[in-house]
Write a protein that binds this ligand. Structure first.
Ligand code: PMP
Length: 388
């Protein structure tokens, strides 16, 4: 007997629950892989107790452009970026959102010309993150609409979303459109050392981050934006004010505690010069991701009918060594001519993936989550290796 449930909230979220011998690889990129780290010594220091009388007011800092931003959360965001060196923070406004999903929508609202005759086109290089089209078009806005692949766009007015490293294929990306009147949103959810070498400190106009992918606390629903321009930051803040009257203080305090524990882990390590990576989130997670990529490449070699993007290496300015990229997702192709629909082919082999068609690509490619639980990942690679 097996039971299998797919909860489909729009086409994009699929959560599989497997029992007995049934299938695996959950497809929404739920980063449960980091749970083992948080069960360790650092997890203890990230514990938070909030007394009944606290966090009752709507307001966090009335003097701040983003009046619902908890000062402690902003402090930890800046501290973490200073540690990792992945994004500039001096001269940037910090905004908090209910996940970076809310900040993405806030950025569309802030960048779209309010009085244009037609909605501005929102584009991203294919394959793009499958949530961009539904998030853009969900409310049928008069301000903006999804227009697909940035490489196929012709015109001067647009909003280009650049996801780097890219979900779904892990590639490092730059904006492809260069018009002066065009606007960019940089989605840097995966620009952390466990996924890619930190090659430079980015300083784009709008940069989006999320605890979901940084620390694995997807359920806390906290993301942040670093925004250069004050007017854009004000409009984004207004979006959060109008849609949810700010962002949960409790969640911000939790996120601050978690980010603080990560930075403390590194500072403590430096101070004590103690050996081992048990307290170093990015080192732990990188090692784990690298192991998984090795296991996946071995399974692909054993099977002989699949291919993956080439391994890419670079010098990481954070860890001061040359390392390979370990993307959060694998972009898997099948070499067999007769396999037209790879998602269905793998499903018949008890592996659930997400078809390339959801990312603006074809059905001969699928996306696989690399951040699932150890058990699930182990079942997946064994099944993949056995397919001939
Ligand atoms: N951007 C990208 C590229 C993502 O993969 C995700 C999560 N899958 C998000 C944004 C949304 O993150 P959050 O959980 O903060 O809403």
């Amino acid at each position: 007997m097996y039971s299998f449930y797919e909860l489909s909230m729009t086409e994009t979220w699929q959560i599989s629950i497997y029992q007995d011998d049934f299938t695996m690889t959950e497809t929404c990129g739920d980063p449960t892989m980091f749970e083992t780290f948080w069960r360790g010594p650092i997890g203890e220091s990230a514990t938070l107790v909030i007394p009944g009388y606290q966090t009752m007011s709507y307001f966090s800092d009335v003097g701040n452009l983003c009046w619902f931003l908890e000062p402690g959360f902003e402090r930890e965001v800046r501290r973490l970026h200073r540690l990792v060196g992945n994004a500039a923070i001096e001269g940037y406004h910090v905004l908090v959102g209910t996940g970076s999903s809310q900040l993405f929508q806030a950025a569309l609202y802030a960048l779209a010309p309010p009085t244009a005759d037609a909605p501005v086109s929102v584009v991203s290089t294919t394959p793009f993150y499958s949530m961009y089209p539904p998030l853009t078009d969900f409310l049928n806005s008069r301000l903006y609409r999804w227009a697909g692949d940035a490489n196929a766009f012709d015109g001067d007015d647009y909003i280009e979303v650049i996801c780097s490293p890219s979900n779904p294929d892990g590639s490092i990306r730059e904006a492809v459109l260069k018009s002066k009147s065009g606007k960019d949103i940089h989605d840097l959810a995966y620009y952390w050392p466990q996924y890619t070498p930190i090659t430079r400190m980015l300083a784009h106009d709008i940069m989006l981050f999320t605890v979901s992918k940084c620390t694995g606390h997807a359920g806390t629903r906290i993301g942040w934006a670093l925004v250069k321009d004050k007017e854009v930051a004000q409009k984004m803040s207004k979006f959060m004010e109008q849609s949810t009257i700010g962002v949960s203080k409790d969640a911000q305090l939790r996120a601050a505690k978690v980010l603080g524990a990560v930075t403390d882990g590194y500072e403590h390590q430096l101070a004590t010069a103690a050996g081992g990576d048990a307290n170093l989130l990015f080192h732990y997670a990188r090692q784990k991701m690298a192991q998984r990529w090795r296991a996946l490449r071995a399974a692909v070699a054993a099977s002989g009918i699949f291919s993956l993007p080439d391994e890419v290496a670079g010098f990481c300015a954070f860890t001061k060594d040359t390392v390979t990229s370990n993307p959060a997702f694998a972009w898997l192709r099948c070499q067999k001519q007769e396999v037209e629909d790879l998602e269905s082919f793998l499903r018949a082999n008890k592996i659930i993936t997400r078809s390339g068609t959801k990312f603006g690509a074809d059905q001969k490619v699928v996306r696989i989550s690399m951040v699932d639980t150890d058990e699930a990942f182990g079942i997946f690679v064994n099944r993949l290796a056995a397919i001939k």
